[in-house]
Design a protein around this ligand. Structure first.
Ligand code: NAD
Ligand code: IPM
Ligand code: MN
Length: 352
């Protein structure tokens, strides 16, 4: 069971270190950790945010545990060399089209939600975000028009098979939950979204036991703060899913809490190959001071054990340890508390 550990930039290594402590404490027989550079640090060391040696490490592994990439020093580089290309490149190189981003209330944490506690108390949703298409991967450029004005453009598109396969993932997820699926689009304006909606409706015929609704993304953003408890599974495109998942994190309490799994079709001897990462970024504003909340990364490691290694019991143990720490009042700065990165890791380990 090989895991490619790619810590990345800024708080990436800080939060990854705590997830590794948790994994090592489980002492799983056969779990081997490989390491690689990604992001700005890889650019500095190897001249590319996703160097061939890192891709080789990832290819040799059964799963990837990813910290975060992003370095303000690199924002002036040409796009192909920016740190963010590392995560985009991994997603597309491994066909990781299905991004699962669960957002669930943690008992005792309702008061830290950006919403009123009674509204925050009933969150139990799963965002299924398409991850290898949409405007993210379309042609893009800044061009100069004949009259000298500059114009930026990015091509948004979805092919029907891309929509169909993520819809299947979402319907199957709904079947394992409360059997409700909300497909989020902007079909009142975008043709890409109209096709999305048409295909989701076609796929729905295969899942008569799931109640499907459609919602425009602007309304979905509103409903997510009005009553997040109304959602079970949400399926949406790459860009809308990116935005709605950061928003969902603040309904729960902090972006430092939300984990993710990015899955494709590749199977290994142990389960589905996947990449696991917190939904947050490299947080340059707090990096280097031991302030980052590692819980999202620790919970991502739990998702890895579940989806890539079939280790449901250990995954549940990690999740219970995180929930226990939160229930006992362990709070990082993101949750108005004093606990630093390592202290939060200690608190989770103590409850494991
Ligand atoms: P961010 O998620 O890094 O940070 C947003 C805010 O949340 C910041 O105030 C930060 O301090 C806080 N925050 C984030 N994670 C936290 C944690 N674990 N504990 C406590 N506070 C936390 O988003 P940003 O500031 O927009 O982006 C910073 C860099 O990260 C950019 O270069 C961006 O492209 C990159 N990024 C990378 C990923 C990824 O690697 N998958 C995801 C998002 C952003
Ligand atoms: C995320 C991030 C990435 C995205 C960036 C860093 C490319 O925001 O994982 O949510 O937009 O997908
Ligand atoms: Mn994001």
């Amino acid at each position: 069971m090989k895991v490619a550990v790619l810590p990345g930039d800024r708080i990436g290594p800080e939060v990854t270190a705590e997830a590794l402590r948790v994994l090592e404490a489980l002492d799983l027989p056969g779990l081997t950790l490989l390491e690689g550079d990604v992001g700005g640090i890889a650019c500095k060391r190897h001249g590319h945010p996703l160097p061939p040696e890192t891709l080789a490490v990832a290819r040799a592994a059964d799963a990837i545990l990813f910290g975060a990439v992003g370095d303000p020093d690199c924002d002036g580089l040409e796009r192909a060399l920016r740190p963010e290309q590392a995560i985009l490149g991994l997603r597309s190189a491994f066909g990781l089209f299905a991004n699962l981003r669960p957002a669930t209330t943690f008992p005792g944490l309702e008061g830290m939600s950006a919403l009123r506690p009674e509204i925050a108390a009933r969150i139990d949703l799963l965002i299924v975000r398409e991850l290898t298409g949409d405007v993210y991967f379309g042609d893009k450029r800044i061009e100069t028009l004949p009259d000298g004005r500059r114009r930026g453009w990015d091509m948004m598109s979805y092919a029907e098979d891309e929509v169909r396969r993520i819809a299947h993932v979402a319907f199957r997820a709904a079947q394992g939950r409360k059997r409700r699926l909300c497909s989020v689009d902007k079909a009142n304006v975008l043709e890409t979204s109209q096709l999305w909606r048409d295909v989701v409706i076609e796929v729905a015929a295969e899942y008569p036991d799931v109640v499907l609704e459609h919602m425009y993304v602007d309304n979905a953003a509103m409903q997510l703060v009005r009553d997040p408890g109304r959602f079970d599974v949400v399926v949406t495109g790459n860009l809308f899913g990116d935005i709605l998942s950061d928003q969902a994190s603040m309904c729960v309490g902090s972006i430092g809490l939300l984990a993710s799994a990015s899955l494709g079709e590749r199977q290994t001897d142990y389960g589905t190959f996947g990449l696991y990462e917190p939904i947050h970024g490299s947080a340059p504003d707090i990096a280097g001071r031991g302030l980052a909340n590692p819980m999202a990364t620790i919970l991502s490691a739990a998702m890895m054990l579940r989806h890539s290694f079939g280790r449901e019991a250990e995954a549940a143990r990690i999740e219970a340890a995180v929930a226990g720490a939160l229930a006992d009042g362990v709070r990082g700065g993101d949750l108005g508390g004093e606990a630093g990165t390592a202290a939060i890791g200690d608190a989770v380990l103590a409850r494991l």
